[in-house]
Design a protein around this ligand. Structure first.
Ligand code: PHE
Length: 338
């Protein structure tokens, strides 16, 4: 009996020591200490032993059981640690692999030009105002001295939404909206989207304008010239010449079209400026007394100038973009160049 106990004990301890992983160790645990194990059989057979032998044999079995359990516990800790180490080693990061590049976002060229224009006028003391893109006929036309059925409405190919509501064809309605609410002195710019029924390489049905106007006592055409010349030189280069040509807008009198020296040939004449040496950039003029009348200003007391420019056109000239549609297609191959 004693021999049997010590054989079992040795066999169990060897099995524990030989277990290569936690699963094998668990098998050994069931086999040597479980309900159907040899040790358990021995405990049951103690009853058949001579009574004076029983305490000694019982103690031996218990001792063997404790030794096995101790060995099981120790081996389990070792195997756990090993498995953990192997797992960590297998998951190791290879920090020499090249990383995944993070794509950097950038501002749309129109946003860049608009921001630059706003910054220039901001330094000149203009504040920003906004108006709705779905506009009433009154603000887009009548208030700006463009009566119904007047042929000058043909200057703007208009998208009507319903009878009295349209997509604004220019940012000039913001002039009326601001002047209705506030009194001079005013120096305002109004950036925003405008819409016209027009579409080719140089016309998009939606594009961006920057409106500007200034109203005070004794504002002259000289103030207009000075302001726009300063703006255009900051935008296109301080050596650039600027010229004003007589023109017509219903809401300004006198009116002018303003050109800047060609960005490509600087006045010599090229394909971009069609040989003239000049690029047309914006419309401007002194605010018509009829506009002041519409907003309840005293046209005898106040005078002012207004101007409007296409931000898309400025962006195209600055960056040499030859098709306006590129600005609205959001093709990353195009946008990533700015
Ligand atoms: N609103 C005019 C246009 O879109 C531009 C302009 C604005 C002209 C202000 C004169 C004064 O064509």
């Amino acid at each position: 009996m004693e021999e049997k106990i010590s054989r079992l004990r040795d066999e169990a301890l060897r099995a524990v020591a030989d277990s290569r992983n936690l699963a094998a160790l668990d098998e050994a645990r069931v086999k040597y200490t479980g309900k159907k194990s040899g040790l358990q059989e021995l405990l049951k057979s103690l009853g058949a032993a001579a009574p004076e032998e029983r305490p000694k044999l019982g103690a031996l079995v218990n001792e063997a059981k404790q030794a096995i359990e101790q060995a099981l516990g120790d081996r389990k800790a070792v195997l756990r640690q090993t498995e953990q180490d192997q797992k960590i080693a297998a998951e190791k990061l290879d920090i020499t692999l090249p990383g995944k590049g993070i794509k950097r976002g950038r501002l749309h060229p129109l946003t860049q030009v608009m921001d630059e224009a706003k910054a220039i006028f901001g330094r000149l003391g203009f504040e920003i105002a906004e108006g709705p893109e779905a506009e009433t006929e009154y603000y887009n036309f009548d208030g700006l001295n463009i009566p119904p059925h007047h042929p000058s409405r043909d200057m703007w190919a208009t998208f009507f939404i319903k009878d009295d509501v349209l997509l604004r064809t220019h940012t000039s309605p913001v002039q009326i909206r601001v002047m209705e609410k506030r009194k001079p002195p005013l120096a305002i710019i109004a950036p925003g989207r405008v819409y016209r029924r027009d579409s080719d390489a140089t016309h998009s049905p939606v594009f961006q304008q920057l409106e500007g106007f200034l109203v005070n006592e004794n504002v002259t055409f000289g103030d207009l010239k000075g302001t726009l010349t300063e703006f255009l030189r900051q935008m296109f280069g301080k050596e650039k010449n600027v010229r004003f040509r007589p023109s017509f807008f219903p809401f300004t009198e006198p009116s002018a079209e303003v050109d800047v020296e060609c960005v490509i040939c600087s006045g010599k004449g090229c394909r971009l400026c069609k040989g003239t040496g000049w690029l047309e950039i914006l419309g401007a003029g002194m605010i018509d007394p009829n506009v002041f009348k519409a907003v309840g200003y005293d046209a005898e007391k106040y005078s002012g100038f207004a101007f409007g420019m296409g931000i898309d056109r400025i962006a195209m000239l600055k960056y040499g973009i030859d098709d306006i549609r590129l600005l609205y297609e959001n093709d990353l191959r195009f946008l990533e160049q700015f």
